[in-house]
Ligand binder design. Structure first.
Ligand code: HAM
Length: 422
C-alpha cells in the first residue's frame, strides 16, 4: 500500500507555494517596516519550556503536545506555539541587553495533537510577532494595529477584532476566589475535567468545549468587573490609542485565552467566514512571562497569525506555473541547440521551459499554452538549415524569424526585464 502523510500533516504542493510565499513576503515587508526583525527558533524544545509557560492545566499542555523522550532520556516537545520558544531565546541570548525594546517576528510550523478539521491541523503554520521591553499601552495599540494593517494589505476584510483585559495578579486574585465560589456552587453541573481543573486553575474551566459547561459559564462572574484601577486605566488607554489609529475593536469580556501566560490586554481576530475555527490571529500581553522563565522582569506583548486560516480567506486562486518563454524543438539536433539556450536563458532570469522528449509541435504548443508562456521559439531541422528560428509573441499574435547565431543575445535583449522567473 502506498504510504500517506500523517493525519493532520499536509504537503504544500508547488501549485500552492506562490500563495504561501505571498503571505510570508507581505509579513516580512509589513512587520519589517515597523522594526520587527526575523528570528528563527528550533522545532524542538525541552518540554518544560512549554509546560511552565503555557500552563500545566491548559488543553495544549495536557492533551495536545507531541512530547517524547530523546535517546538521552530528556523529555522534548515539538513546539506547539512560538511565544515560549521566543522568550527562551530572548533570555538565553540576553537580547534585552542591546536594546530596551526588542521587536521580533518568526514564521514557521507548530504542532498540536488536535482533532483535524477545516482550519485546524496537527501541523500548522504561524506568523508570530513579539514586542519586549515596555508595558506602555501605545505598544499594545501598535502591535494590534500592525496586525490589522497586515490583513488590510492582504485585502482580507470582514474580520472582527475582539479585545479584553485579563488584568494583573492583583485583580485576578479576588476574581479567582469569586469564580471558584461560583464553580463550586454549581460543580455537579460541570464535566469531570472542569471539576478537576476548577480547584487547580479555575480560569481554565472557560476553555471547556462541552456545551453544558459553556451554558453554565454564561452566568459566571466576569473578570472585567474586578480590574484594579491601574489595569482599567491601561485598557482604557489601549482602546483610546486604537480609536486614534482608526482601528475598530469590540470589547469581549468573555474572551479568556487558552494559555496561562497572559496578563492585561488580550485580543483575537475572528473571521466569521471560517466556520468553527474562526480565529485567524490571537495574542496578548504577558508581563510576567520573561521573569517566570528565569529572565529579567521585562514585559512583552505579541500575537500569532494562523497561516492556513489566512490562506482560506484569500480570494485569489492558486497560481498556475509560469514560464515566459517556451522553446519548441523538433528533432535531436534542434533539441541539443535548444537545451543550451534553455539553460543559459534561465541563468539570466528569463523563465524558460522546453520538453525533454521529442514530441510533435502541436503537443509542445499545447504545453506552452498551459504554462501561459508569452513567447515561443520554434527550432526544427528547417530552421537549423536556414540558420534562423521562429519567434512568436503569443499575446500580440505576431511572428518573425531571428538569426540562430545571435539568438541568445537577441532573446536576452528583448526579454530581460520582461520575464521574471516564477
Ligand atoms: P493561539 O491562540 O494558540 O495563540 O494560536 C494563534 C493562532 O494560531 C490561532 O488564532 C489560529 O489562527 C492558529 N492556530 C492555532 N491552532 C491551530 C491549529 N491546530 N490549526 C491551524 N491553526 C491554528 C498562540 O499560539 C500564542 N502563542 C499567540 C501569542 C503570541 N500570544 C502572544 N504572542
Amino acid at each position: 500500500m502506498a504510504l500517506k502523510a500523517v493525519r493532520g500533516f499536509s504537503d504544500i504542493l508547488p501549485s500552492e507555494t506562490e500563495r504561501w510565499k505571498r503571505i510570508e513576503d507581505q509579513a516580512r515587508d509589513v512587520f519589517g517596516r515597523f522594526g520587527f526583525a526575523e528570528l528563527r527558533i528550533p522545532l524542538l524544545e525541552k518540554t518544560e519550556v512549554f509546560a511552565r509557560s503555557i500552563g500545566e492545566e491548559t488543553d495544549i499542555v495536557e492533551k495536545e503536545m507531541y512530547t517524547f523522550p530523546d535517546r538521552g532520556g530528556d523529555s522534548l516537545t515539538l513546539r506547539p506555539e512560538g511565544t515560549a520558544s521566543i522568550v527562551r531565546a530572548y533570555i538565553e541570548h540576553k537580547l534585552y541587553v542591546a536594546e530596551t525594546v526588542t521587536k521580533v517576528f518568526f514564521i514557521g510550523p507548530m504542532f498540536r495533537y488536535e482533532r483535524p478539521q477545516k482550519g485546524r491541523y496537527r501541523q500548522f503554520h504561524q506568523i508570530d510577532v513579539e514586542l519586549f521591553g515596555t508595558s506602555n499601552p501605545m505598544s499594545d495599540a501598535e502591535v494590534i494595529s500592525v496586525l490589522m494593517h497586515y490583513f488590510a494589505v492582504l485585502n482580507i476584510k470582514n474580520c472582527e477584532l475582539h479585545v479584553n483585559s485579563l488584568g494583573c495578579g492583583d485583580c485576578r486574585r479576588p476574581y479567582k476566589e469569586e469564580l471558584l465560589r461560583f464553580l463550586r456552587a454549581h460543580a455537579s453541573g460541570f464535566c469531570a475535567n472542569c471539576q478537576r481543573r476548577m480547584d487547580r486553575n479555575p480560569l481554565r474551566v472557560f476553555d471547556c468545549k462541552v456545551e453544558d459547561c459553556q451554558r453554565m459559564l454564561r452566568d459566571a462572574p466576569l473578570l472585567q468587573t474586578y480590574l484594579c484601577s491601574a489595569c482599567t486605566e491601561h485598557f482604557g488607554h489601549v482602546r483610546e490609542y486604537l480609536r486614534i489609529l482608526g482601528v475598530t475593536s469590540i470589547v469581549n469580556p468573555h474572551m479568556v485565552r487558552g494559555l496561562d501566560y497572559y496578563s492585561r490586554t488580550t485580543f483575537e481576530v475572528l473571521a466569521p467566514g471560517l466556520g468553527a475555527q474562526n480565529a485567524v490571529a490571537a495574542g496578548g500581553r504577558y508581563d510576567q512571562l520573561v521573569e517566570s522563565m528565569g529572565g529579567p522582569s521585562v514585559p512583552g506583548i505579541g500575537f500569532a497569525i494562523g497561516m492556513e486560516r489566512v490562506l482560506l480567506l484569500l480570494q485569489d486562486p492558486s497560481s498556475p506555473p509560469r514560464s515566459s518563454l517556451f522553446i519548441a524543438a523538433l528533432g535531436p539536433s534542434a533539441r541539443d541547440k535548444a537545451f543550451t539556450l534553455y539553460c543559459r536563458l534561465n541563468e539570466r532570469g528569463i523563465a524558460t521551459t522546453m520538453d525533454y522528449e521529442d514530441r510533435s509541435l502541436k503537443a509542445q504548443m499545447r504545453r506552452a499554452n498551459k504554462l501561459n508562456s508569452r513567447y515561443v521559439v520554434i527550432v526544427g531541422d528547417d530552421e537549423l538549415r536556414k540558420g534562423a528560428a521562429v519567434f512568436r509573441d503569443m499575446k500580440e499574435q505576431s511572428q518573425e524569424e531571428l538569426p540562430l547565431a545571435t539568438l541568445f543575445e537577441e532573446l536576452n535583449r528583448r526579454l530581460a526585464g520582461d520575464c521574471v522567473s516564477a
